[in-house]
Design a protein around this ligand. Structure first.
Ligand SMILES: *[C@@H]1O[C@H](CO)[C@@H](O)[C@H](O)[C@H]1NC(C)=O
Ligand SMILES: *[C@@H]1O[C@H](CO)[C@@H](O)[C@H](O)[C@H]1NC(C)=O
Ligand SMILES: *[C@@H]1O[C@H](CO)[C@@H](O)[C@H](O)[C@H]1NC(C)=O
Length: 228
């Protein structure tokens, strides 16, 4: 099953910029080609609906065998049935893993269930994984699922219902807000719907707050049912 899935983190950014108290003053430029991530997230209203604005410290690369997430491209649900590969690419050549070992958490959430106009089931938690990356010889980090990768919430492939238009499927990478090097004790979200919280549009933000995490990278796709 998921055994063959390779889960890869390639992280090159500087630990000090990630955990420094004055992180707000440092604005590393994370660009994937000409994509301005924060601009795209705001345009899609993922900021502020799903997450607050943040300083991107890495590029989150999400790929399936026949599909890639590219900041709002549209992907057919049939192509995202299996667990995707995840890579985290930093902005600096210095491998942050060399001195510190922050645990990374990656999540996938749908704020548009059953539809963007009627998000009463939202957010839906589709996936939460966490890993404590190991350093590779060349300074990059490579992880093969499930070795060292813990699935906090099992992957539920995006499955937008018929006639509900385009759903935003949002991936985020997170680290401990306080920069702890200790292992995180992550609680499995109580439910997929609303991530177990009370209200419409609650989810990732609440869980992230409860777990003491902050976003360092994001990516997203649109998917819709063939039947519209
Ligand atoms: C992301 O992964 C895809 C597929 O492996 C690759 O073609 C692309 O260059 C990667 N993007 C970055 C920024 O490395
Ligand atoms: C990806 O595309 C190739 C070529 O069309 C096909 O053989 C393969 O089954 C596809 N894989 C998935 C997971 O859809
Ligand atoms: C840092 O945050 C983690 C995760 O929320 C928590 O478990 C830990 O107790 C915190 N450590 C300190 C020193 O505040």
């Amino acid at each position: 099953m998921a055994i063959l899935f390779s889960f890869i983190f390639c992280v090159f950014f500087v630990a000090s910029s990630l955990f420094a108290v004055d992180v707000q003053q440092q604005v590393p430029l994370i660009k994937d080609g000409d994509v301005d991530l924060i601009y795209e997230l705001k345009k899609a209203e993922i900021i502020p609906t799903v997450i607050d604005t943040f300083i991107p410290l890495a590029t989150l690369n999400i790929t399936w065998s026949n599909a890639t997430a590219h900041y709002g491209n549209t992907v057919n649900p049939s192509l995202t049935q299996s667990v995707p590969n995840v890579m985290l690419l930093g902005s600096d050549s210095e491998p942050f893993i060399s001195s510190k070992h922050p645990q990374v958490v990656v999540a996938l959430t749908d704020p548009d269930a059953p539809s963007r106009d009627n998000p009463e089931w939202s957010e839906i938690c589709h996936w939460v994984v966490t890993a404590l990356p190991n350093k590779a010889a060349d300074g990059t980090v490579e992880m093969r699922f499930p070795d060292g990768v813990e699935e906090v919430m099992e992957y539920k492939p995006p499955g937008p219902p018929p006639e509900t238009g385009k759903h935003r499927y949002v991936f985020v990478a997170m680290v401990a807000r306080n920069g702890t090097m200790d292992e995180l004790h992550l609680k499995k979200p109580a439910d997929r719907q609303h991530w177990g919280y009370e209200n419409e549009r609650e989810g990732l933000r609440g869980w992230m707050g409860e777990m003491g995490l902050e976003v360092i990278a994001a990516n997203f796709i649109y998917e819709q049912n063939d039947e519209q």
